[in-house]
Design a protein around this ligand. Sequence first.
Ligand SMILES: [Zn+2]
Length: 388
Amino acid sequence: MKKIFVLLFSLLNSRPIFAYGGNTPVILRVAILTGAPSIEISFRELHRLKSLDSDELLSVIPSLKKEKIFPLQEGIKIGEQIFKVPRIKIEPLNEEGGLLINGRKYRGEIDILRTKDLKLLVINRLELEEYLYGVLFHEVSPHWPIEALKAQAIVSRTYALYQRMMNKDKDYDLTSDFYTQIYGGRSSERYRTTRAVKLTAGKVLTYKGEIFPTYFHATCGGATEDARELWDIDIGPLKGVKCDFCYQSPHYLWERFISFKEIKEKLSNYGYGISGKVLGIIPKERNLSGRIRKLTIITENNKFEISAKEFRQIFDPQVIRSTNFEVEIEPEGAIFRGYGWGHGVGLCQWGAYFMAIKGYKAEEILKFYYPGAEIESYPSIMKQKRSE
Ligand SMILES: [Zn+2]
């Protein structure tokens, strides 16, 4: 057996390394892998392995090179060693530990959980600001004007804190994919995006003193959406605004041909039986932002309604990029021509880009897209709450 697991009990009582600046750090739990049959791990400096449940020290490992981790009935197997616990925490002893999961670098700690179906759930536990360093690169380009990057940093910080509040009883606060916001760990950090996070450190958006879900999307296509049209959220800053800034966005217009064969197949898979030829796909009802609420599908033998939100999900949100579109029927299929990319709620990222180009500051951009919202410092909000 490889001699990679060395117990160094003297390290048991060394201090945690992620407290900073005298403030209590805000720790996020980000699910970086779910349902994985195995993962590969590497690090080149001392790491402690502990039971996540009892905090018992299991091992201190000086380094690991591309070892596999597997879930087992009796516990978790790392390399050749089996640890008889269902949940393991891996803590670096210094910040330059260089921990990699499946070839991607992460800051902070890694929790490895064996799930009921014998898969692995991998959670990166790290400080909020460090998490943001690994988010911005995926949401906006590091080459964008700094005021647009700062706006995105404040939005992403608020959004993460909102998710943390909503998911406090779950195994993790956020996922790392586009269902919440994309996070790529330390491998995704860039100088200018990290600078935008640092320049706005601790700043969040609030409405009536509370943080709110600061949704954002790539391009609104002329008007942002009222959150009520999609979710059960009815607050001032998410009611939608007219946006004259994103018309030069590369995502302002989109066009896509979908064959009748595919239309019939996809709708049938989702329980919408289509009998005979498709004769029409007609936007039936539009809301104030111009987006379609309902579509009527007419075929040779039947006719039914479907919500545009569901239609977009069925045909892939990357294909039907928004619910603001027109449909033209051709002999073999339908052409969809639409505006914008995304659900349209909250910040229009390309609108923010063009506002920054025109000289608007991050605060002005945010107050435009979230009318009625304020920018506050998160630590001071928490202090107020404690003294109430
Ligand atoms: Zn826009």
